[in-house]
Design a protein around this ligand. Structure first.
Ligand code: MSS
Length: 363
């Protein structure tokens, strides 16, 4: 797939050759750009915005950024400068759009036809939300969710709940959540949610709210439509609503990153990435015959923890001919990627192993 559109201004610093521009707010990484690094450089990382990002001027004085913390014993606002005095940690995490792999669903869901590239593995640095909550007296009674609010300026004349980016995740996630100010060791860019982002490891991208202005422990899920009716796993043909499961935790997944085209016969290094979602990925198998026979792959490089992905390689001896390369991962709890993902109307959470396969000719 070729990129047909130029990069929009707010991401003009990105590596255009590594990206597919679906629209100004949906930019996918090329499959050939994954490489075998354990983490994804920010200039190749996919971008997804549900509404236009705030002006770049919000980055002029990062330390002055304020976030209000609510649903705790002593609610208050904190500046980024204050947050930086409270604690610091780094987590490596797969950031993956809920719709990554949508193009592989057979019912052709509407929405961006992401293939594998609406995902990256990045390092976030910030303060654990648990530390902040404890400093403010702990979670108030009766709270069941952590709700983060995005700092976009919404167009006037519309009910703000139709556009507001406000997401709630179960309170169980509290111990994993970070209020992050760095991505891969640099202050977070506007495109990826600077100056401050609430990141929720193990959950799909939509749950990691950029330019976060408010973090609240809440009794109910956000009333915003992005929570109530969108990002729901409703059956094909139905409208989403609060009774359908929300798009939250990710599941075990992997895909091939190379070779992607014609290759020389002999020893071939078949590479890919694999992750467990909320738990470690335990093993990956690779097949060159579309899943009839499998061989075990080896992980490449360091293990960056259970929320990260692991690049892998299978060394295969391939004679001239046509092959279809697929990979299938298993997580530490024994969950294995299905051959196909049960369809849901909006095309979220694709993790079937067959559809993302790669056909190559070995000569
Ligand atoms: N946040 C905010 N504030 N806004 C918006 O729009 N989006 C979502 C997340 N967050 C938003 C936010 C989504 S949806 C996603 S994916 C993510 O983000 C992405 O990221 P990056 O950084 O890559 O761009 Mo789908 O599930």
């Amino acid at each position: 797939q070729e990129s047909v559109t130029a990069l929009p201004d707010y991401v003009s610093w990105k590596d255009a050759d590594a990206l597919i521009v679906h629209s100004n707010s949906t930019i996918e990484m090329e499959r050939s750009a994954f490489g075998t690094s354990a983490f994804t450089p920010e200039d190749r990382l996919y971008v997804r915005n549900n509404v236009a990002p705030p002006p770049a001027s919000i980055l002029d004085d990062r330390d002055a950024w304020e976030v209000s913390i609510d649903g705790v014993a002593e609610p208050r606002s904190l500046t980024l400068a204050e947050l930086k005095t409270m604690g610091i940690t780094t987590v490596a995490m797969v950031l993956q759009c809920s719709g990554n792999g949508r193009a592989y669903f057979e019912h052709e869901p509407s929405g961006t036809p992401w293939q594998v590239g609406a995902a990256g593995c990045v390092m976030w640095t910030g303060v654990p939300l648990r530390v902040v909550v404890d400093a403010l007296g702990g979670v108030a009674e009766g709270m069941e969710y952590v709700t983060g609010t995005g700092g976009e300026t919404l167009p006037e004349g519309l009910d703000p709940l139709t556009l507001l980016v406000e997401r709630s995740v179960p309170l169980d996630a509290l111990d994993d959540i970070l209020l992050a100010w760095e991505l891969n060791g640099e202050p977070i860019s506007l495109a990826h949610g600077g100056p401050l982002r609430m990141v929720v490891p193990g959950f799909t991208g939509v749950n990691s709210v950029k330019y976060v202005t408010k973090v609240a422990m809440t009794a109910e899920q956000s009333p915003a439509l992005i929570q109530q009716t969108r990002y729901r796993l409703q059956p094909v043909g139905e409208e989403g609503g609060p009774d359908h499961p929300s798009v939250w935790q990710m599941s075990v997944k992997s895909w091939i990153t190379g070779p992607l085209d014609a290759t020389q016969a002999g020893r071939v290094q078949v590479t890919g990435v694999a992750f467990g979602g909320t738990t470690n990925v335990a093993s990956v198998e690779v097949s060159a015959d579309d899943g009839q026979t499998w061989s075990t792959a080896e992980f490449i490089g360091p293990d960056l923890g259970k929320f990260a992905w692991r690049p892998f390689v299978a060394q295969m001896d391939l004679q001239p001919g046509m092959y279809r390369l697929v990979s299938r991962a298993t997580d530490a709890d024994g969950n294995q990627q299905p051959e196909q993902t049960e369809p849901n109307d909006p095309g979220y959470n694709h993790n079937g192993w067959r559809a993302p396969g790669i056909e190559i000719e070995v000569a």
